[in-house]
Design a protein around this ligand. Structure first.
Ligand code: GLY
Length: 567
């Protein structure tokens, strides 16, 4: 397997020599190692390279995110967006949430996906009308300038090299491309770059992206305006409009990331959840789920009883998702949803033996009128850390690449309730709070999260659409149970999202006896027929200084530590 993997191996060998430097050099209040876990080995190496070159965790996060944009075009990219949760080391540490979510174009409106009086779901999934204004390029520039030690040009070096030299096609790429093959074939530029004569590329073949390298170079040289203004912006708008989209130069020039207060929720034993606030629904769902579980004896329960509790708290948390939307446009009743009395009441309504049919639950309270994606974690030797989840929505996004830019656009507009009385690609029910509107951000499930206490920091996250919060919750429960990091990423997964009223699960999630028990309790089970998710996690033991990270065995990612005398 070519050039790239030998380079990856060589880089890793170089870093391993640093591992020989004793971790005892460090005071225990600092991690003994820097650490990176990402969904692709080349992105992990980009992070390690940046740390070894004097960058901090924030620089490394930019390098990793940019590398993922090249090597995982099915998961994230310059044409997409995401959320970065930052932990800035200090006493106490501070948390910063960078919302780089895509924004609806200014010409967007609630009925833009209707044709002949009916919503056409294809229009928000494939082609340029499906694409929100990208946020990732602005995030790369903003995180570097506000939090990094290096320049954006430094941090983009690995990504530009990967785009220029080429990326070796792997089994995950082929799997995701086979899912989206028809849509990819429909767009000439997407097919030219990401397919081989209209067919799936061979495993281990090399994919070069010179136009993307050129777009990255402009971003490196000019910063944010190198993407959102000037030649790149012109090409993006012309390409989108020529193919039936509605972007304008103003859409791009006015795009800004938003720094929001991270969602913080106290847990037992001095721990605290730090997670994504709206426009993510994920942090609220996690806090609600953990808050309800604190009322229930889940930790002592045998596996089926535990799954019962987990499913019932997820059912209730996902029901309340319909109340959330872009916080710049609608009021989000986060305080009410996380109020102890409310969560106690929800938990008290859980029958310990029987499933609660979703149809029997009252609607969410009216406090207001009115696999694909990617994740990584990185920490430096100062204890700065980033958990980031980035997306283009479905694999290969809108399967539309803007000619002359190499930029594959997202189809994040489908995360809006394009039909407020229907459901989206993840079967999530629509709601008025998440209706399409000009310049609005669609609701997301992405949930980069920390759990921190005086003695530990744990970081979590995964791709996986509507299943993200349930996957992160299961990993958090493994952590709270004291299981090793490898278990957090490898435990079998199951999911419930209120509607449809079924437990979706991986093929190996339950034994036959456990399934029979769950059915007796009134559940409908649906084997999704494949493993899902790609969780990347880390744990810092503040007493010993030890850092452990893990990458989901379902993917091809790499988690590794770098003994770092680099502060
Ligand atoms: N596009 C998936 C999400 O943001 O939830």
């Amino acid at each position: 397997m070519s050039l790239l993997n030998s380079r990856t191996r060589a880089s890793l060998l170089g870093f391993c020599s640093l591992l020989l430097l004793s971790s005892a050099l460090h005071a225990a209040e600092h991690p003994a190692q820097a650490s990176v876990a990402s969904a692709h080995p080349s992105a992990t190496v980009a992070g390690l390279e940046t740390l070894a070159d004097g960058g901090n965790a924030f620089d490394a996060a930019v390098a990793i995110a940019a590398a993922l944009a090249v090597v995982e075009p099915y998961g994230s990219g310059l044409g997409g967006g995401g959320f970065f949760l930052l932990r800035k080391a200090g006493s106490p540490p501070t948390y910063h949430f960078i919302d780089a979510r895509e924004r609806a174009p200014l010409a967007a409106h609630a009925r833009m996906y209707e044709r002949n009086g009916k919503v056409d779901p294809q229009l928000s999934l494939n082609g340029p009308l499906a694409a929100g204004i990208p946020g990732l390029p602005a995030a790369l520039a903003d995180i570097t300038s506000r939090y990094g030690r290096k320049t954006l040009a430094n941090n983009l070096v690995p990504a530009i090299r990967l785009a220029t030299d080429g990326v070796s096609i792997d089994r995950i790429y082929i799997d995701r491309a086979s899912w989206r093959l028809d849509a990819m074939r429909d767009d000439r530029e997407t097919a030219r770059i990401f397919l081989d004569q209209g067919n799936l590329p061979e495993e281990y073949s090399l994919m070069r992206q010179p136009q993307l390298a050129n777009t990255l170079e402009k971003l490196a040289r000019y910063g944010r305006i190198g993407f959102y203004e000037g030649e790149t912006a012109q090409k993006l708008v012309e390409g989108v409009r020529a193919a039936g989209g509605v972007w304008s130069l103003e859409d791009l020039a006015s795009y800004r990331t938003v720094e929001r207060q991270a969602l913080r929720y106290p847990l037992s034993d001095g721990r605290e959840l730090i997670s994504a606030p709206p426009p993510s629904a994920g942090g609220v769902a996690l806090a609600q789920s953990l808050g309800m579980l604190q009322q229930l004896p889940w930790q002592k329960a045998e596996p089926v009883q535990r799954a019962h509790y987990v499913v019932e708290v997820l059912r209730r948390a996902y029901r309340d998702r319909g109340l959330l939307g872009d916080p710049d446009r609608v009021a989000n009743p986060v305080n009410q949803l996380l109020a102890p009395d409310y969560l106690k009441r929800l938990a008290a309504g859980i029958d310990p033996q029987r499933a609660t049919p979703s149809s029997s639950l009252p609607p969410a309270p009216a406090w207001r009128e009115g696999d694909h994606t990617t994740h990584f974690v990185v920490m430096d030797a100062d204890g700065n850390a980033v958990a980031a989840t980035l997306s283009v929505n479905l694999p290969f996004g809108a399967a539309f690449t803007v000619p002359g830019t190499g930029v594959l656009l997202n189809d994040e507009m489908d995360d809006f309730a394009t039909d407020v009385s229907g459901a989206n690609a993840y079967q999530l029910a629509g709601s008025q709070a998440n209706a399409v509107a000009a310049g609005k951000r669609p609701l997301s499930s992405m949930s980069p999260s920390f759990i921190e206490s005086p003695t530990e920091l744990a970081a979590f996250g995964t791709p996986g659409g509507s299943r993200i919060p349930s996957m992160v919750l299961l990993a958090m429960l493994d952590y709270l149970d004291g299981k090793p990091v490898q278990r957090w990423v490898s435990s079998p997964r199951y999911h419930h999202q209120f509607l449809p009223d079924v437990i979706e699960h991986e093929p190996r999630a339950f034994t036959a006896a456990e399934m029979a028990d769950l059915q007796r309790r009134g559940y409908t089970l649906k084997d999704v027929g494949r493993a899902y998710g790609n969780q990347q996690v880390l744990l810092w033991n503040k007493k010993s200084g030890e850092v452990q990270s893990a990458s989901d065995p379902r993917g091809i990612g790499l988690a590794t530590e770098l003994a770092a005398p680099l502060r």
